[in-house]
Every structure is written in C-alpha cells, then in structure tokens.
Ligand binder design. Structure first.
Ligand code: PLP
Length: 402
C-alpha cells in the first residue's frame, strides 16, 4: 500500500507503541489513586505533559489533555463563550468558512443556541481574509477561532497577524492547530493565541487523545464536569496509555522537525527508485518530495491544478484538481491499486456535497468534485512517490475516457 492520507491519520510510531504497552498491561493503576501503581501512572502523565509542552515551548500546566482534537475545539469555544458571557455578556464568535467540521458544525450548533457567528471568507489561495475578520471583532466578541493549517489544502493562515489585531481589540484567540503540530514548528506564545488544539493521531500517536493548550493568562471553564483530573479542567479518569503515547509522539515530532536530510539523495528527481523505503528526513525533505509529486502530476495530466498552492502550506499536503476527472471514481480506482488518498476531509467521505473548503475558495462544483487530497508523511519514501507518479496519470486518463 502507498499511504498518502496522513491528514486523515498517521500510523502509530513503533517507539510510541513501545512506550504505551506497559500502561495497557501491567501498569493499570488509576493516576488519582495513591497506591504505587497509581503514582507511577500519575508520574507517566506528568512526563507526557512535559513532552507535549516541550514541543509547543509552553509551560506544562498550560496543557490540558483531552479525548482528541474535536474535544479540544469544543472545550475552547464553549469555554470562551461561557467566560465571555459571564464576564461581559459576550455572545459573538468569529471564525472562517474553511474550518474543520469540529469547529464548523459546533459553530452551527452554537448559532442554534443563540450565539452569533461571523464566518470569514478566504481568497482563491485559501488564505483567510484578514481585513474582513479584523472588521468583525467587536466588544461583544467572545472569541476569534481560525485554524492554523487547513486539513484539506494544507494552507496556513496568518494566525499571528490576526492574534495581534485581536489582542489590540481585547478579543481572545483560539487556533485549531491539529494539522500543523508536528509538521511545522508551532509555538502558541509566538503565535499570540490563548488557546490551541492538537491531536495525537496526526503526529504518529494514538487516536482518541489530544490536548488543549490554555495560556496561563486565559480564564478557562471546563467542558466536562466531574472529578478533579487535569487540575479541574477536564474531568474523567485519564487515558493513561494514550497520553503516554502522545507524549512520546511529541518528543519524536520535535526531533523530526529539527532533522535535515543526511544527503538530500532521497528527494532528488534524478534519484530514481530506492532500494527500500527511505523516509523523508525533516520538513524540508518532505516538502521537496511533495513538490516533486505535484510537479510530476501537473506535467503528466493535462488540466491539473494545485488547490491552495500559491501561499504558505504544510510541507506534506497536496490538493489537486484534475479537470474532467470524477474525483471519487479516481479515488476508488487508486484505492483498488493500493494507493490511499482522499477526496476532501476524511470526515466528509461519502458526502455528495463538494468540499466546503474548495467552494469557499471560489471553485465551482466541477473543480471541487474533481479534486483529491494527497498527504505525505514522515515515512513516505521516494520510491512510493515514483510509483504514485506512474499510477495516478494512468488511472486519471482511464476515468476521463469514461
Ligand atoms: N481539526 C482538524 C483541523 C482536523 O484535521 C481534525 C481531524 O481530522 C480534527 C480537528 C479532529 O481531531 P480528532 O480526530 O482528534 O478529533
């Protein structure tokens, strides 16, 4: 299988699994319990908190573990609205039209609860309109929430710029950084955001665990009420193994972000098939591999366009439209041949609707429905890209010919 769907999820790193195993077996203590096993579990969580904090360069007590990115997003928005409402009666939220469904559908649900939501547009490059968003920030705005990296296109939003504008207007800021953390350096203090969501399974950790960064200067109201876990910020017995794996995944991600290719050999177009998988060492090598993949397809398939290719992007994501080719048919044929990618986001798979992200970028239904997302990963090898470059044009031609 050639796995080019890392934005949907990443494989568990073997070193992460190894770290988790004891906490799925012999080390079953409840971290809130004072017995020795409980204390060891609590210590393991403390270490994981340090590892996550080190990746984000924040204080460990600014990390609240959650059941994933979706929960972190829900916790952030609900907290900001609860705090804003209690303090100053704020009931207004500003976000964008290209958010992941964790924010998008939550925003819609909040609208039904009486919250006013302003949905910011993006340009054809996929970048949110800073001026539009800035104009919508009002004294009764409880939160500005803008995703850092788009899950469909990889396009990066100018979150630091927006956060500076919001700070001047006294509006708190959250960013959904689920796709960005572990792929590019992400430091909430540098971005100037008060809250930031992340998820373990996008960075070679386990599913069902994530975190919300909550700056010390932000007042927080918990989403889940119950026991005093997470310093009263997220009730419920901790997913110890998941959190331990998440911590290890963050440690590995920090090392990967700093790594550079040993020779550059892995990514050169002239390098030819490699004897075995040669993973992309570091973000620059990964971006070079992605760029070679894109350039190869643009050259081989007439009518191919890169969606969101104009500005800054994640190093691993390639969203391409193939004029006159039904994306879902191509996706199915590719899957049969063992190449895994996706049409839009994994959460929208099977939906007859065109991608809301591509639609917001101004693309018509035809272009949106002829688009596929290929997302590379740390373990994607040059040889796999060579194979994909042979396969995709052949099958695209077949779909186009009907
Ligand atoms: N936000 C973004 C941008 C995502 O891509 C995803 C997952 O696809 C999520 C949030 C949800 O994260 P999780 O799957 O951990 O709930």
């Amino acid at each position: 299988m050639i796995y080019l769907d890392h934005n949907a999820t990443t494989p568990l790193d073997p070193a992460v699994l190894e770290e988790m195993m004891p906490f799925l077996t012999a080390e079953y203590g409840n971290p809130s319990s004072l017995c020795p096993g409980g204390k060891r579990a609590a210590a393991a969580i403390a270490r994981a908190r340090d590892q996550v904090a080190a990746l984000l360069r924040c204080a460990p007590d600014e990390i609240v573990f959650t059941g994933g990115g979706t929960e972190a997003d829900n916790a952030a928005l609900r907290s900001a609205l609860a705090v804003g409402l209690a303090a100053t009666g704020r009931r207004h939220l500003v976000t964008t039209l290209v958010e992941h469904s964790a924010i998008r559908n939550l925003g819609r649900a909040l609208e039904r609860e009486g919250v006013e939501v302003s949905w910011g547009p993006v340009g054809t490059d996929g970048v949110p309109d800073v001026g539009w968003l800035a104009d919508r920030l009002r004294p009764d705005t409880a939160l500005l929430s803008v995703m850092l990296a788009n899950n469909e296109t990889g396009v990066l939003a100018p979150v630091a710029e927006l956060a500076a504008i919001a700070a001047a207007k006294g509006v708190p800021v959250h960013t959904d950084a689920v796709q960005a953390v572990g792929r590019i350096p992400v430091y909430p203090a540098e971005l100037g955001v008060g809250m930031l969501s992340l998820s373990a399974h996008k960075l070679y950790g386990p599913k069902g665990v994530g975190a919300l960064y909550v700056s010390r200067r932000v007042r927080f109201r918990p989403l889940l009420i119950g026991g005093g876990q997470e310093d009263g910020r997220r009730a419920g017995t901790e997913n110890v193994a998941g959190i331990v794996g998440f911590g290890k995944a963050c440690e590995l991600a920090a090392a990967w972000l700093e790594s550079t290719p040993a020779t550059g050999r892995e990514t050169g177009p002239q390098s030819g098939p490699q004897p075995g998988p040669v993973p992309a060492a570091g973000p620059a090598a990964l971006a070079a591999l992605r760029d070679r993949f894109e350039a190869g397809l643009v050259a081989a398939i007439p009518g191919t366009a890169v969606n969101g290719g104009g500005g800054s992007r994640l190093p691993n994501t390639s969203n391409l439209s193939f004029a006159g080719v039904a994306g879902d048919t191509l996706l199915t044929l590719l899957a049969r041949q063992g190449l895994c990618c996706s049409a839009g986001s994994a959460c929208a798979t099977g939906s007859p609707e065109p991608s809301h992200v591509l639609t917001a970028m101004g693309f018509d239904r035809g272009r949106a429905k002829s688009s596929l997302r290929f997302s590379l990963g740390r373990t994607t090898a040059a040889a796999e890209i060579d194979e994909a470059l042979a396969l995709v044009p052949r099958l695209a031609e077949r779909v186009r010919a009907g």
